[in-house]
Design a protein around this ligand. Structure first.
Ligand SMILES: Nc1ncnc2c1ncn2[C@@H]1O[C@H](COP(=O)(O)OP(=O)(O)OP(=O)(O)O)[C@@H](O)[C@H]1O
Ligand SMILES: [Mg+2]
Length: 288
């Protein structure tokens, strides 16, 4: 078996990556796939809390990487969703102990066991975030409807394009998918927050989900329950729809760049205008 690797990333911190990893991972597992969510946020582990399995973590990623534990000893099985597992990160402050070789080893072991490996990235563009992106086949770019978050998401897309294993080995590029979280239609209409249309003008990639701002998210994470398990909430529905949309979009496994279909649909002139506008926005942002 060879797993598909999905990295959940952002530039800015605190936008909802860990929430998305848990909710999207649980939703994919509910669709019948074998899923492992992996915490790459070394020293700041919290995916285990959001998944509600923190008391059952004995071994972590580093133990498997250095051979102290077998993968089967470190994986924590979810008791509610069949086929859903967690590999926790280490609490050590020494982030450099996560080496490319150690990660390759663990990812190879996971790849033989699962359909999907979902990597929860730390924020930013430091070592840990690059390690989490390295093996990605898909990137879920999470952003909030605010300028700083959108600008940082745009920057991370540049890193995905240049620094992933796919980019460096000349493979088809990492496919990017956008998740906008903490969105409020009402506030966007009032002009208090960026509208979805503006975000999509800047971050040109397929939209997987718009997750509303909701206090049910905090309730879910305090209860250690991935938000998608709450079938009655809008947040739960948004993440479940994201999983089925992802499966539908990738069913045939056709390698493509994420921007190509939008350009093809729009025609050459509008594609050119879009690219020019995008370049302009990038320049404006970088010099802001
Ligand atoms: N849709 C939402 N509505 C309301 N609150 C949300 C929503 N999504 C996430 N949050 C809250 O935002 C905070 C940050 O979420 P989360 O930990 O998932 O972000 P993160 O991107 O993983 O952060 P970090 O960069 O620190 O790892 C949490 O308190 C979470 O409960
Ligand atoms: Mg996080």
């Amino acid at each position: 078996m060879s797993a598909t690797v999905i990295t959940v990333t952002s530039g800015k911190g605190g936008v909802g990556k860990t929430t998305t990893t848990a909710a999207f991972g649980a939703a994919l597992a509910l669709e019948g796939h074998r899923v492992c969510v992996v915490d790459f946020d070394m020293g700041l582990r919290n995916l285990d809390l959001v998944m509600g399995v923190e008391k059952r973590v004995v071994y972590d990623f580093l133990h498997v990487a250095d051979g102290t534990a077998r993968l089967s000893q470190a994986l924590v099985r979810d008791k509610r969703v069949p086929n859903l597992y967690l590999l926790a990160t280490s609490q050590t402050a020494d982030k450099e102990s996560l080496t490319p070789e150690g990660i390759d080893h663990v990812m190879n072991l996971l790849s033989a066991e699962f359909d999907y490996i979902i990597c929860d990235s730390p924020a930013g563009i430091e070592h840990g975030a690059m390690m989490a992106l390295h093996h990605a086949d898909h990137a879920i770019v999470v952003c909030n409807p605010e300028m700083t978050s959108v600008r940082d998401a745009d920057r991370i897309m540049g890193y995905i394009a240049a620094r992933s294993r796919r980019a460096q080995s000349g493979l088809p590029p990492v496919r990017e998918h956008l998740v906008v979280t903490r969105y409020s239609e009402e506030r966007a209409k009032r002009g208090d927050m960026m509208s979805l249309a503006t975000i999509q003008d800047i971050l040109v990639m397929p939209l997987l989900a718009v997750v509303p701002e909701s206090e049910t998210v905090l309730r879910s994470s305090n209860a250690g329950r991935p938000a998608s398990l709450d079938t009655k909430s809008e947040v739960g529905r948004a993440y479940r729809t994201a999983a089925s949309r992802f499966l539908a979009e990738t069913r045939h496994g056709i390698p493509q760049t994420s921007r190509a279909p939008q350009m093809a649909g729009a025609g050459f002139l509008s594609a050119l205008a879009e690219t020019t506008q995008r370049g302009l926005l990038r320049r404006l942002f970088r010099h802001a």
